[in-house]
Design a binder for this molecule. Structure first.
Ligand code: ZN
Length: 225
């Protein structure tokens, strides 16, 4: 009988998780066609599990997720990995606390990215999840590590788990892939609501002290303990 090692067991579980989390991107209307992706770090190993490139959301299975090293090279998988693999690998290399990365072109958030404008922190849920405005990262061309560098440079000094890459779309990070998906869902919701608020007048800012206390409470006290 073949011996199944702990890392194989971990990867099998992450293939299932990462595959299932893609259903949240379609459920919340964050992606069209094959755009967007979720990845997860393999804890304790320089590996990640990510969506295959160009495969329809309906055809994603745990088996066709791709395992790559943290330089984007395929270690296990039948398909080419997502074209965002290099960017996400760079994030895992530079930010050791990150366990999951998500990328979408969700409409409202990407409309802010198209203008290069951060989403201001004018909703308590924005203070809760993002700890302030949702920042904008630099314009970067796909194909080398410039997207990864832009994500890391922007998020390193921010409490936000989301960055709006200019003229492109949203990248979010989290301790787990699930947390990164949640940040992507919240990012779109906040971007949409603030966009609508803008149509009707000027959204009111929240005092920095309140932003800080909301964020602190949400991150440390809120929810099931
Ligand atoms: Zn993209």
């Amino acid at each position: 009988m073949p011996v199944i090692t702990d890392v194989q067991r971990t990867i099998a579980a992450l293939r299932t998780d990462v595959c299932a989390l893609h259903a949240e991107l379609t459920r919340y209307g964050l992606v069209v066609w094959t755009a967007g992706n979720v990845s997860a770090r393999v804890p304790g190993h320089d590996l990640m599990v990510i969506k295959p490139s160009g495969v329809s959301y309906d055809d994603l299975t745990p088996d066709n997720m791709v395992v790559c090293d943290l330089h984007g090279r395929v270690v296990d998988g039948q398909h080419a990995p997502s074209s965002d693999t290099e960017a996400q690998a760079y994030v895992y290399r530079e930010l050791p606390h990150v366990g999951g990365v998500v990328h979408t072109h969700s409409t409202y958030a990407t409309a802010w990215a198209a203008r290069g404008e951060p989403v201001p922190c004018v909703l308590t849920m924005c203070a809760d999840e993002f700890g302030g405005e949702i920042p904008v990262g630099p314009f970067a061309i796909i194909g080398d590590d410039s997207i990864g560098r832009g994500i890391v440079e922007t998020l390193r000094d921010s409490r936000s788990p989301a960055v709006l890459m200019r003229n492109h779309g949203v990248f979010t990070v989290g301790a787990t892939a699930r947390a990164a998906v949640k940040a992507a869902v919240m990012c779109e919701d906040v971007a949409r609501t603030v966009h609508i608020a803008r149509q009707l007048g000027t959204p009111l800012p929240i005092d920095q002290a309140h932003v800080d206390s909301l964020h602190e409470r949400y991150q440390n006290v809120y929810g099931q303990r």
